[in-house]
Design a protein around this ligand. Structure first.
Ligand code: TYD
Ligand code: MG
Length: 453
């Protein structure tokens, strides 16, 4: 009698454990560990890819014997999508696109595949929407529909069998949460089904040289197996973010075996589908008039600078514990900067509510926003309106010193390109020659920056 193997896996971080426990000892989340049936241990894997293409070999080789001739990447027809993937889709790679329902993952992939099917064999597998729904959408968006091969199927084995005959160069599986494999008992969407389906599809992609793009939904409470548990088996994990009621969506890579991570692509959702935004700085900067507490910073996103507006509101608090709210920024960083402000800037805000917002739903994790945040705070506190032509960036240390950030020169050039006339930057980021038409002020201490303001 074959014994069923079980394991316990955390839905948040993907760590597995031999027995159940209330808290994951890897990521410290509570109640995220669920039981996973790994299929029977003695039962043979009933399904094998029959047309094994032999791309991998079992021989031991030295590093320099390995064939370096890279297959050309597939251009996805969206420049922003290619940028996030590190320059296009690598043949034979497994890519996961995660995001909340309604983010536009299906739309993005349908548009991409319709364009690609003009020049290569492409297969779109839909397990969520019916074929009619997808066809209607493609028709409404005016996409080329003659060549794209469509399949409505949720069994992973069946999909791989059909793909072996179809021989597509690229295949989309929408979505991984509805896929299932025969030798796993649990229901589709459970951790074990999602994990096994994804690793099966990944192996299939590698062995057949087919680029497989999987869609994965993320839910707020994490009750479904989120893409987190898949991250170690796939090659690239990109997140499609943005509320369904906002116009702009951002695509960001969290893992990429073929390029840099944290690269950002910006799209706009229109009634004619997704359009890429080639110059994102322009959309985050549409300010009617300057106001107090609002200041523009230059953050570094992947391989390019991005101008983003930061807003701060400082207001008398009616509460014993004033509120500190940061949207699009780390709240701990805000608390730290408030302390620096008090000690080294001489500004007491312990009786003030402080609200911080990064405009356009952008998330800033970079330290270059520190100085911008402090100066915007001062502006709001004093009710002074700052020049709309001022741009600020720089890291602030705990002793009130202003530290340099990488790529200072490129940031200044980008700001000058958008018509900014003055910049307050760390002294070490001062260029030898300021960009044309721009006055650059270098500072080393917080007090100096306040003076320059
Ligand atoms: P969809 O691609 O179905 O999302 P996902 O697959 O990530 O769940 O996108 C659905 C959303 O996009 C829906 O809220 C409507 C919006 N949308 C538009 O605004 N314009 C369009 O042309 C399309 C196709 C969708
Ligand atoms: Mg969808």
């Amino acid at each position: 009698m074959a014994k069923n193997k079980t394991a316990y896996v955390c839905n948040e971080c993907g760590q597995d454990f031999p027995r159940w426990q209330g808290q994951c000892s890897a990521c410290n989340e509570w109640n995220t560990i669920t039981e996973v049936r790994l299929g029977s241990s003695s039962a043979k894997r009933t399904h094998q890819f029959s047309g094994y293409a032999g791309q991998t070999s079992n021989q031991v080789q030295t590093l320099d014997q390995i064939d370096l001739s890279e297959l050309p990447r597939i251009a996805s027809s969206f420049g922003e999508f290619d940028r996030v993937l590190g320059g296009g889709i690598v043949p034979g790679s497994a890519i996961l696109i995660g995001g909340h329902p309604g983010a536009g993952k299906s739309t993005l992939l349908l548009q991409t595949l319709c364009q690609l099917s003009e020049s290569m064999n492409a297969l779109y597998v839909t397990g969520e929407e019916s074929l009619q729904q997808v066809a209607m959408r493609a028709h409404r968006l005016g996409l080329p529909t003659q060549k794209l091969r469509m399949l409505s199927e949720t069994s992973v084995e069946a999909i791989c069998d059909i793909a072996l005959n179809e021989k597509p160069k690229i295949m989309v599986v929408d979505s991984i949460q509805v896929m299932h494999m025969a030798d796993i008992q649990s229901s589709p969407g459970s951790v074990s089904q999602v994990r096994e389906s994804a690793s099966y599809l990944t192996r299939f992609a590698k062995q057949q040289g087919i680029a497989v793009i999987m869609v994965g939904h993320v839910t707020k409470d994490g009750s479904l197996a989120g893409p987190k548990v898949l991250e170690h088996c796939i090659d690239c994990s990109v997140m499609f973010e943005g509320d369904s009621d906002s116009r702009y969506r951002t695509l960001r890579s969290h893992k990429n075996r073929f390029g840099a991570i944290n690269e950002l692509g910006v799209f706009a959702m229109t009634e004619r589908g997704l359009k890429e935004v080639a110059n994102p700085s322009a959309i985050f900067l549409s300010r009617e008039e300057a106001s107090s507490g609002s200041l523009v910073m230059v953050v570094w996103e992947g391989t390019r600078p991005l101008l983003v507006e930061l807003q701060v509101l400082v207001d008398n608090s009616a509460m014993a514990n004033p509120r500190r709210v940061a949207v699009g920024m780390d709240a701990n960083r805000l608390a730290m900067l408030l302390a620096v402000m008090h000690r080294h800037g001489g500004l007491q805000m312990s009786d003030q509510d402080v609200f911080v917002n990064v405009v356009g739903g952008v998330k800033v994790s970079e330290t270059s926003a520190d100085l911008t945040l402090l100066l915007a705070m001062v502006s709001s506190f004093r009710g002074e309106i700052m020049s709309p032509e001022l741009v600020v960036f720089g890291e602030v240390g705990l002793s009130g010193e202003i530290r340099p950030v990488p790529n200072g020169q490129e940031r200044l050039i980008e700001a000058a390109k958008h018509g900014f006339k003055r910049a307050i930057v760390p002294k070490a980021n001062m260029p030898k020659k300021a960009p044309e038409g721009m006055e650059v002020i270098g500072v080393t201490k917080l007090a100096q920056a306040l003076e320059a303001l």
